[in-house]
Design a protein around this ligand. Structure first.
Ligand SMILES: Cc1cc2nc3c(=O)[nH]c(=O)nc-3n(C[C@H](O)[C@H](O)[C@H](O)COP(=O)(O)O)c2cc1C
Length: 357
């Protein structure tokens, strides 16, 4: 059994390991005739790529994508689109200790327990290097749903939350944290740097909004839009929680507070609130799709942690190598990509059953 493929109609399969020669994705089910070149994909990879500031890992990867198939004379042919990104800055010597002892918070022990054998270099297949392939596939997905606007940002690092009153979407790309609140971004510089200098790490919350999704996408019961989104986000490395709309906060509201009241409007009902996050009964309502994703603090830290060796002996481990002090920051383009991949799939699924809206 292997589970490296996501999606039903718009499907993608990722392949490769952290320290292999390359990683990539095969996108299948993409409609024919869409203009596509590397230039449509590269800006999204540049947003995720490592080594861009002292707040992210110093592994230097250009993350240059090559399209190997599925495009002819600049347009998709409807056949599998193979995308490849070379690994150029892998340093296996940094990981020799990891061959012997399990890193708590990593997949080392779980992979060994399951397979009895693992590529320990940089976490092998469990490495978040794989998320570059998702970002490349997500860029193709965006071409399938050009009218949908998708953006994500960091709303919280190490428990320090943005002030919603200072939310300014134009600020998101003006700081290394994808933060829409410039004051929070300033505080986070100190916060993340202190954690980094301590050899520690911090968690983060990423929020994502997709606007322009018409009412009607999502298929009950086992292809619900919200369950697909939850699965997509939970599949990202280091994600420990997903909330759609108000999420867990909804459990603390009364019914009348949590309702999204409706009034007649031009072209259909208008909603007066969006506690549901744009999904009801697993189907989009036409309101913005809103979700929140919780990233745990980076497991690789310079502070010694108790562990056991492969032979079962007690040991302490310090994870050397190059690591993000807060992986949620580089999670932003990955969350956006997974949103695009789910929506492209749900758009094609809806069109297959109900026709063009
Ligand atoms: C963009 C991104 C970069 C990451 N980089 C690191 C890293 O440098 N060090 C680390 O310990 N974990 C990193 N992670 C998280 C690990 O890959 C992940 O925690 C580990 O594979 C165990 O899987 P799990 O946390 O999903 O259970 C990163 C995650 C993402 C999304």
């Amino acid at each position: 059994m292997s589970f490296n493929t996501f999606g039903r109609v718009f499907r993608f399969t990722t392949w490769g390991e952290s320290h292999g020669p390359a990683i990539g994705a095969v996108v299948d089910g993409c409609p024919p005739g869409l203009p596509l070149s590397e230039a449509d994909i590269q800006p999204f990879l540049d947003k995720r790529k490592p080594g861009t500031s002292k707040f992210t890992t110093q592994r230097r990867e250009p993350d240059e994508v090559r399209i190997l198939s599925g495009v002819f004379e600049g347009r998709t042919t409807g056949t599998p689109i193979s995308l490849m990104i070379e690994n150029t800055d892998q340093r296996s010597k940094d990981y020799s200790e990891v061959a012997k002892a399990y890193r708590p918070g990593h997949a080392d022990y779980a992979y060994d327990a399951k397979y009895g054998f693992r590529d320990y270099r940089g976490g092998g297949r469990s490495s978040a290097r794989e998320t570059a392939s998702r970002v490349a596939a997500g860029a193709v997905a965006r071409l399938v749903i050009p009218d949908i606007d998708i953006f994500a940002y960091v709303s919280e690092i190490g428990g320090d939350v943005i002030d919603p009153a200072r939310f300014d979407a134009s600020e998101i790309d003006n700081n290394p944290f994808f933060c829409p609140d410039p004051q929070a971004a300033q505080r986070w510089e100190k916060l993340v740097d202190e954690a980094r200098l301590d050899g520690s790490s911090l968690g983060a919350v990423v929020e994502c909004i997709a606007s322009g999704v018409p009412a009607g996408w999502g298929a009950p019961l086992y292809a619900k839009l919200d369950s697909d989104l939850a699965a997509a986000m939970m599949s990202i490395n280091a994600v420990k929680g997903v909330e759609i709309g108000d999420g867990f906060a909804a459990a603390r509201l009364r019914g009348e507070q949590n309702a999204d009241p409706m009034r007649p409007g031009e072209g259909g009902p208008q909603f007066l609130a969006n506690h549901a996050g744009g999904v009801a009964g697993g189907i989009s309502t036409g309101q913005p799709i809103k979700l929140r994703v919780a990233f745990k603090p980076t497991s690789s830290i310079l502070i010694p942690v108790e562990t056991v060796t492969r032979e079962g002996a007690a040991s302490d481990i310090v994870t050397k190598g190059r690591h993000d002090p807060c992986v949620g920051i580089r999670g932003v383009p990955v969350v956006e990509a997974m949103m695009a991949l789910v929506l492209a799939d749900q758009y094609l699924l809806d069109r297959a059953q109900c026709g063009e809206r």
